[in-house]
Design a protein around this ligand. Structure first.
Ligand code: MRU
Length: 336
């Protein structure tokens, strides 16, 4: 077993240190920055990714934006707020934390301590996320009826959160408690968060796993090789409709067809209390080059049309349970 000694982000000496997730698993390179623009770029390029982690990084970015500003602190704050809000549209955690920091900033009488106060809030948000991950992992233990083979999609571990993960942490704590025997990790086209990141994390934790193409899930299920499916979420509506990485909806339908419980795990900060259903979730469409290329190698002509949603929405009735730090909710959901 390799050492479980990596981290997604760390804040030290007025700098955000983050692992460049685009290089994993072949290279573990950490980047250090005190610049909010660099953090915004990292979120856009998916060097930093995963709904809760995007929120954590953006919070540090917004605090850093006002650090050395002497002239027009308000303008600097507003510029950074707008820039960070425009990085990625689907994960609600980003908007949730930016709003918290904005309220804090708006309440200031003067801007003398603006950096310290915003930084404090960012740190609180980070440690709350860590705590939520731990609780989600423990709450998730109740979904296992027996030692199980779990299928998961995308990446929901340390690399996607400020703590030990959401769906991933349920798998990890489940494994440590003898409740998970094996994991199938979808490769997660087009950016391969499964084969590059989830496999990396499963390997670091010593959890037995196999990688598979996304399209192998149906066969696995038909062969009775999957007991449970657990994924994360980027935004959950009040009725439980859940947006997550493209391909999650396919898995939910396949699970329904094969009578396999399908669960979502996410912190309460992923619940968008302003929207009633998944129809209102803004889905991010990514650049066509992500489909026309694999690992920098072009595989189809650039003039081809593409369909590039980064997320889909799984209707609530296909989700057996939504696991948060508060407990396990069951359909019908009403998060009001
Ligand atoms: O595009 P990504 O890699 O940011 O997408 C991430 C996911 O879809 C995750 O499943 C989700 O953010 C939950 S992470 C705990």
């Amino acid at each position: 077993m390799t050492q479980n000694n990596y981290f997604s982000v760390k804040f030290e000496n007025d700098k955000l240190i983050f692992i460049d997730q685009t290089l994993l698993p072949l290279e573990e390179k950490y980047i250090e920055t005190g610049n909010y623009e660099r953090i915004a770029e990292a979120i856009e390029r998916l060097e930093i990714r995963g709904a809760p982690l995007i929120g954590v990084a953006a919070a540090y970015g917004l605090a850093l934006a006002v650090k050395d500003e002497k002239d027009d602190v308000k303008k600097k704050f507003d510029d950074a707020y707008n820039r960070l809000s425009q990085t990625r549209p689907t994960a609600v955690n980003l908007f949730h934390v930016l709003e918290i920091l904005k309220n804090e900033f708006t309440a200031l009488n003067d801007y003398k301590n603006a950096y310290d106060i915003l930084l404090q809030k960012a740190k609180e948000f980070h440690s709350k996320d860590e705590e939520y991950c731990m609780k989600i992992g423990k709450n998730g233990l109740s979904i296992f009826r027996k030692k199980s083979i779990v299928l998961t999609h995308c990446n929901t571990g340390k690399l996607a959160t400020g703590g030990d993960g959401t769906a991933f942490n349920i798998i990890k704590i489940g494994f440590e408690n003898g409740l998970v025997s094996f994991v199938y990790a979808d490769e997660t086209r087009p950016l391969l968060q499964g084969s590059r990141l989830t496999a990396f994390e499963l390997d670091k934790c010593g959890i037995p796993f196999a990688l598979q193409t996304d399209s192998s899930a149906a066969v696995l299920m038909k062969q009775n090789k999957v007991d449970l499916v657990i994924t994360g979420a980027d935004r959950i509506a009040l009725n439980g409709d859940s947006a997550n990485k493209i391909g999650t909806y396919n898995l939910a339908i396949l699970s329904y067809f094969h009578n396999i419980p399908f669960y979502i795990a996410a912190p309460s900060t992923t619940i968008d209390r302003t929207i009633v259903s998944g129809d209102e979730i803004k889905i991010e469409y990514r650049d066509k080059t992500e489909i026309l290329n694999i690992n920098g190698n072009q595989i189809a002509p650039s003039n081809y049309e593409t369909f590039t949603p980064a997320f889909d929405v799984t209707p609530a009735h296909l989700i057996k349970g939504i696991i948060t730090e508060e407990g396990v909710y069951q359909f019908p959901y009403n998060f009001l």
